[in-house]
Design a protein around this ligand. Structure first.
Ligand SMILES: [Cu+2]
Length: 425
């Protein structure tokens, strides 16, 4: 299994790490023997990994060398509006745009991906996705597996034709090939010690239900960073755009063992325990407490549903398709709100996910029942089953301006299942 290359800053100016990333077409052999035409960050199907540190800003200048508009959203990032990759603020072919990421948030597994309105589904499908990892000093002090033992794994699906080219259709169930870091059921040689894996579901429309052939995974972090304490899990469920950091201790398995990570659809990748290794890393019993939730002063209802009455499906939030000229919610900075997020696509049983830009939220309950283990911690994306209502609580801090929230099934957001809030003083 390839591990995406980590990018080094081109320069560091006044304490800001500066990167340059071209958005460019490339031919990459995703299937053996067949080059596949893809859209990439810097020529890599899983874009180069940015490793950032809390409190140390990053500036990335992206140059669009594609023949379609693009833009870049830092998913899970707490960033000023002009760097959020608003769907209407695109980078035209041949143009560049710089994004400033202050990294004034705790360590977390984020990712960057395309968000150009109506094009995001296609652009991400063809390869515009990469990891952006933030580390902070307190997390580093915990002694979790780090360095080469801290490995991001991007899981997604794809549909290929007989020439190895990617097929993009409006029918996601045909995407039956699973890629782990851009490779089909790869093998990953590991030492008999602990590893941290940062799992990301970057598929446009899919749920991964991941198991390790009967062995446990130790869940340590979700979208927005560390959980209060590690949780032994037999299964991790990731909706589109969700992340989970897990620790696997291969010292519990003799050299020569093979462990397969399975999805319900079949094997995803195989870990081969190939050698002994020393291990000074640890998974402490407590990781990072979650902050107390300030009392909410505003409650809102969010309904996600398709209008299937016309020739083409139209995605709706609260009965309306996305309109960049309409502000759906005005939110007062500094307030805490509860959002009741409902999937109203009961008749056809269409699942959705919900993603809010700018802030991490916390799941309060699902249909009145306690959150699932996959809802734990700080979240920016959640799965919402047909008919289900999930209540989340969020505090709006610091930044003003217009940010979107939307279904993260990208074919759904591209068809209008998106809305926007304006944070005001
Ligand atoms: Cu949806």
């Amino acid at each position: 299994m390839p591990v995406p290359r980590e990018l080094s800053p081109t320069t560091t100016r006044s304490g800001v790490d500066v990167y340059r990333i071209p958005i460019q077409p490339a031919d990459i052999a995703l299937l053996a023997g067949h080059p596949t035409r893809v859209r990439t960050y810097a020529g890599q199907f899983v874009g180069p990994t940015i490793r950032a540190r809390t409190g140390r800003p990053v500036r990335i200048t992206f140059t669009n060398q594609l023949d379609v508009p693009s833009n870049v959203h830092l998913h899970g990032g707490h960033v000023p509006q002009r760097s959020d990759g608003h769907p209407m603020e695109t980078i035209a072919p041949g143009q560049s745009r710089s994004y400033d990421y202050p990294n004034n948030q705790q360590g977390a597994t984020l990712w960057y991906h395309d968000h150009a309105h109506h094009l995001e589904a296609e652009n991400v499908y063809f390869g515009l996705h990469g990891f952006y990892l933030i580390e902070d000093d307190a997390e580093r002090g915990l002694g979790l597996p780090s360095g080469r033992y801290d490995v991001p794994i991007m899981l997604r699906d794809a549909q290929f034709d007989t020439n190895g080219e990617l097929i993009y259709t409006e029918h996601p169930p045909d995407r039956t090939t699973i890629l782990a870091n851009g490779e089909v059921t790869p093998h990953f040689p590991v030492a008999a010690r602990k590893y941290r894996f940062r799992l990301l579901n970057s598929a446009n429309e899919r749920i991964f239900r991941l198991t390790l052939g009967g062995a446990d995974l130790t869940h340590i972090a979700s979208d927005g960073g560390l959980l209060p304490a590690p949780v032994r899990r037999s299964e991790i469920v990731l909706g589109s755009a969700e992340r989970a950091d897990v620790v696997i201790d291969f010292s519990e398995h003799p050299v020569g063992s093979q462990l397969v990570l399975y999805d319900v659809s079949g094997p995803v990748l195989r870990f081969d325990v190939t050698r002994e290794a020393s291990d000074t890393s640890q998974v402490p019993d407590t990781l990072r407490p979650l902050p107390a939730l300030p009392p909410a002063t505003v409650e809102r209802d969010i309904s996600m549903k398709f209008d299937l009455s016309g020739a083409n499906p139209v995605g709706l939030v609260n009965g309306q398709p996305y309109d960049p000229n309409r502000v759906d919610f005005r939110v007062k900075r500094g307030t805490t709100e509860i959002w009741r997020v409902k999937n109203d696509d009961v008749e056809f049983g269409i699942p959705h996910t919900f993603h809010m830009h700018l802030e991490q939220f916390r799941v309060l309950d699902r249909d009145g029942a306690p959150p699932t283990p996959d809802d734990a911690g700080r979240k920016d994306t959640i799965f919402v089953a047909p008919g289900e209502t999930v209540r989340v609580q969020v505090t709006f801090t610091e930044y003003l301006g217009t940010y979107v929230y939307h279904c993260h099934y990208l074919e759904h957001s591209a068809k209008g299942m998106m809305a926007q809030m304006k944070i005001v003083e």
